[in-house]
Write a protein that binds this ligand. Structure first.
Ligand code: UGY
Ligand code: MN
Length: 244
């Protein structure tokens, strides 16, 4: 059913809102019995790649050419490397360092949020190793003293990582205390609830399932609406000098 050409999706110089009605599914090399929805890529001006991998039972996601972060949004996946095997359920995540051969295999229909980015080494500091965990085991902290806005740093605060991935959970009515304008870019996946996102000079209604890309310095603000909390998974480049 078409919608007379209407969509909330919007592509602007400094941001993209991509809503599920505009998702186009494709197969990436190394995938079997699965499809990928590419949310943002260097082709759009981002320095990273983010996609959703939808795997059927038994479907696989093969190795990446660069470092990779995976968050299981739905289902269960087995992550196998040459020396390890771990089952990751929804809310679980894995950081896979550059060059580590690995395969994700879905035990059932499984949805993965995947982020890939060439690693930026830091002089005198070794690259991080394989890290597997679950969001529930990560400490939650109030953002700028607001108990109604909780942040979980999924990747540890460690200069070896050149990016951060957080979950942010807003109680209904909670909002960012300020309009942020910063050098880091963001990839954001709305996991639960919704609200209003300010991006650049526009305000968008957003809801679970939406994806947002924010370019460096894109003005950004969010306020949660509705009767249930709003939650998103957010990527940002981190721990590196902006000039390289
Ligand atoms: O970490 C952040 O920059 C985060 N507060 N940004 C955002 O939620 N748009
Ligand atoms: Mn931000």
């Amino acid at each position: 059913m078409h919608n007379l050409g209407y969509t909330r999706s919007s592509m602007q110089r400094d941001h993209i809102l991509q809503t599920p009605d505009t998702f186009v599914r494709t197969v990436l090399p190394g995938m079997k019995d699965g499809v990928a929805i590419v949310h943002v890529a260097p082709a759009a001006g981002a320095a990273f790649l983010q996609y959703t991998a939808e795997l059927a039972a038994g479907g696989t996601l093969g190795a990446a050419s660069v470092q990779r972060f995976v968050y299981v949004t739905e289902g269960i996946a087995d992550l196998a490397t040459e020396t390890s095997f771990k089952t990751i359920a929804a809310g679980g995540f894995a950081y896979i360092p550059p060059g580590l051969e690995h395969t994700f295999t879905a035990q059932q229909k499984t949805v993965l949020a995947v982020i890939e980015k060439p690693y930026e080494p830091l002089e005198g500091i070794s690259a991080p190793g394989l890290l597997i965990g679950h969001e529930d085991d990560v400490l939650s902290a109030a953002l700028m003293g607001d108990e109604d806005l909780q942040v979980r740093a999924i990747l540890p605060d460690d200069p070896r990582f050149d990016f951060a991935v957080n979950t942010m959970t807003y109680q209904p009515g909670a909002a960012l205390a300020m309009v942020e304008v910063h050098v880091m870019e963001h990839g954001l996946l709305m996991l639960e609830g919704g609200g209003i996102y300010r991006l650049g000079d526009r305000w968008y209604p957003v809801t679970a399932g939406d994806f947002i890309w924010m370019a460096p310095f894109c003005p950004q603000w969010f306020g949660a609406l509705g009767k249930a909390p709003a939650k998103y998974l957010i990527y940002k480049d981190f721990n590196r000098h902006p000039i390289g």
